[in-house]
Write a protein that binds this ligand. Structure first.
Ligand SMILES: O=C(O)CCC(=O)N[C@@H](CCC(=O)O)C(=O)O
Ligand code: ZN
Length: 329
């Protein structure tokens, strides 16, 4: 396979669907899906996905570079790996989605959406991830990182979102996220339809959504901003010790409230260019819709992903509160 991203964007199947080098075997599983198995024994299986939103190109380019290095023998592999490009049809058109937001459909929620390419792709991805993890012995640790970029600027540009789960998140996952040079972690407090929530809840993977900067078209990304995350991912892939964390300590937030848009009359009282992680003080009126308004309830709350343009019924923003860095297990 010459270039997985170019192949996926072409919409064609490769002429050769499997191969090997000195240390690994690879298998093309279908559009945007490739599995790599090390020739030596492994203790972890890792799923890396990007492009669940088709216009979020930086992580797609980052994963494609990693794959090219793996196939060329430049990057060692000590884990079983599934690489998934989530929404190839939307990637081709540089759009977040073509019909409905796929990252609200996982965990069977695709049944609540009108049938579309995205509802079918969400089911395919669920099946591919389920089969990938099911092929391992029970003691093999499962990880899933779903890579995204944000629509707007962020005061904290690189961050992770941990899906809601009742079991502890686990030290190895938290150590990898800290080593990845993230500025912050956000902990969800309720189940959701994201890909990372699916793998956490249904497949017991140590999962995280990673947000890498802002969305730009293919070829316009500065991957230098993501050197730390690239290095941490490559360490996990090769089984090498994680790189030391540079810079400020990781800040920790939890979701205090999801702003759900119930009506087309939903109004968000924010400037259009308000950055993610902008702080608001108690009492600030943030949004209104018939029968409902939201004022900041804590001394300080930070906004994430404000987007009044979402379809009714979906989340138009998250309000966060900051919590002590050691409050995660
Ligand atoms: O910038 C935005 O408004 C959205 C960026 C994005 O796609 N974020 C993910 C986060 C998933 C999560 O909450 O874990 C999404 O909205 O699907
Ligand atoms: Zn996204």
């Amino acid at each position: 396979m010459n270039d997985f991203l170019a192949l996926t964007l072409s919409g064609e199947a490769p002429t050769v669907t499997r191969g090997e080098n000195d240390s690994l075997r690879w298998r093309w599983l279908g559009e945007g899906l490739v599995e790599l198995t090390p020739k030596a024994a492994w203790r972890q299986s890792l799923a890396l996905s990007a492009g669940v939103h088709g216009n979020e190109t930086a992580p797609i380019e980052l994963l494609n570079n990693v794959l090219n290095d793996l196939l060329a023998g430049r990057q060692p592999l000590a884990v079983r790996l599934l690489l998934a490009l989530g929404n190839p049809a939307a990637m081709r058109l540089g759009k977040r989605y073509l019909h409905s937001d796929m990252n609200r459909m996982f965990g069977g929620r695709h049944q609540q959406f009108a049938v579309s390419g995205e509802t079918m792709r969400a089911q395919q991805l669920e099946q591919a991830l389920t089969a990938f993890f099911a092929a391992d012995a029970p003691q093999v640790e499962r990880y899933h990182y779903d890579l995204h970029t944000a629509i707007r600027e962020s005061k904290l540009p690189r961050f992770g979102l941990l899906p809601y789960q009742q079991r502890p998140y686990g030290r190895p996952l938290l150590a990898c996220l800290a080593a990845a040079g993230l500025d912050a972690l956000v902990v969800h407090q309720a189940p959701g339809g994201t890909f990372s929530h699916f793998s956490s809840e249904h497949l017991q993977a140590a999962s995280c959504t990673l947000e890498l900067g802002k969305a730009w078209p293919f070829g316009h990304n500065d991957l230098n901003q993501f050197v730390a995350i690239d290095r941490a991912l490559r360490s996990q892939l090769s089984g090498a010790p994680l790189p030391p964390r540079d810079g400020e300590p990781l800040r920790l937030f939890r979701v205090a409230c999801s702003l759900i848009k119930h009506s087309e009359a939903f109004r968000l009282h924010l400037a259009g260019d308000t950055a993610n992680f902008t702080r608001f003080e108690r009492g600030t009126l943030l949004c209104e819709q018939p029968g409902e308004s939201y004022r900041v309830r804590h001394d300080s709350e930070w906004i994430l992903f404000p987007n009044p343009g979402v379809a009714p019924g979906l989340r138009a923003g998250l309000m966060l509160i900051e919590i002590a860095p050691d409050s995660l297990r």
